[in-house]
Design a protein around this ligand. Structure first.
Ligand code: NAI
Ligand code: 15L
Length: 266
């Protein structure tokens, strides 16, 4: 059991999930976000912080044993937004971890780091990055930053290329990319309790029928997803018609992020 586990992005969707479900992992959960958060409960500390503020991030990370780094821009955005939150913000987290001696981090990467692989391709951790957006590029940067801090400074990171972590799949693509909240929580538990983490790239998807990702290189972690999005197919079929299979949003793993369009032109 850790003394203090830091969760960045604690006001967001996954941060809220982690706040509710990870209390057993540490004596204290230190919860941080730039957005408003509920007041601290038992075993919690609430520390507002902009990840782009290096001094504030260094103070935030001090005294922590592990970090679940979820904070940042979580969809496509302007370069300025992505630069501040994902590029500078993630650098500040790793540099603060190095200075404070934090040795284990979960970096919330995304399937959009590899979103331009087609859906007929089954890829593993050694597949080339193929970002589908500026957002995806920022996740490639974070993955490489984590690799540098592992190789040079011995900080272990689980890079989790999260598919779509929501209570239920929201469309037909998510029948392949869905990561159930329960499987995500079980993965975090493994990451922070396994004796040997190193630098691991893990595709964050449940045990779905349709599957584009192969976690063979991370099997040593002992995480086996248990849920399957297929149970939602009939419900989805009743709610919407699957889109035309030639559309870029259907051809590529990243879905609509891979479709033509650029945020800066909007
Ligand atoms: P979210 O957008 O709900 O939460 C992100 C949080 O980060 C927000 O509360 C936001 O205020 C905070 N944040 C943004 N910029 C910040 C800054 N400069 N300083 C401090 N806090 C800042 O996103 P969600 O869904 O909870 O995702 C969490 C992480 O997981 C993100 O890094 C996202 O890229 C990643 N991810 C999530 C997926 C999902 O299915 N939910 C899929 C793939 C990746
Ligand atoms: C992501 O990276 C986003 O953070 C999330 O909101 C979803 O869009 C997810 O990818 C997805 O691909 O479904």
């Amino acid at each position: 059991m850790m003394k203090r586990l830091l969760i960045t992005g604690a006001a967001g969707g996954l941060g809220t999930l982690c706040r509710a479900r990870l209390g057993h992992m540490a004596d204290t959960l230190r919860l941080s976000d730039v957005a408003d958060m509920d007041p601290a409960g038992d075993g919690e500390e609430v520390v507002p912080c902009d990840l782009a503020d290096a001094a504030a991030v260094h103070a935030l990370v001090e005294g922590c044993d592990g970090i679940v780094h979820l904070g940042g821009k979580s969809i496509e955005g302007t370069f300025a937004e992505i630069l501040n939150s994902n590029i500078i913000g993630t650098y500040n987290v790793y540099e603060a971890a190095r200075k404070a001696g934090v040795k284990r981090i979960l970096f919330a990467s995304s399937n959009h780091a590899i979103g331009f692989h087609t859906r007929e391709t089954r890829i593993d951790a050694l597949a080339p990055m193929r970002p589908d957006s500026l957002y995806g590029v920022s996740k490639c940067y974070g993955e490489n930053l984590a690799r540098l801090y592992h190789d040079k400074f011995g900080i272990d990171t689980a890079v989790v290329r999260i598919g779509s972590c929501f209570p239920e799949p929201k469309d037909h693509r998510m029948l392949a990319t869905w990561l159930s909240p329960d499987d995500f929580v079980r993965l975090i538990e493994r990451i922070f309790t396994t004796t040997r983490l190193g630098y691991a790239i893990v595709y964050g998807a449940s045990d779905n029928e349709e599957c584009w990702w192969d976690n063979r290189h991370a099997r040593y972690l002992g995480w086996r997803p248990e849920d399957n999005a297929e149970v939602f197919r009939t419900k989805l079929d009743g709610l919407m018609t699957p889109p035309d299979s030639d559309h870029p949003a259907v051809r590529f793993q990243g879905g609509s992020f891979a479709a033509v369009g650029h945020f800066e032109d909007d």
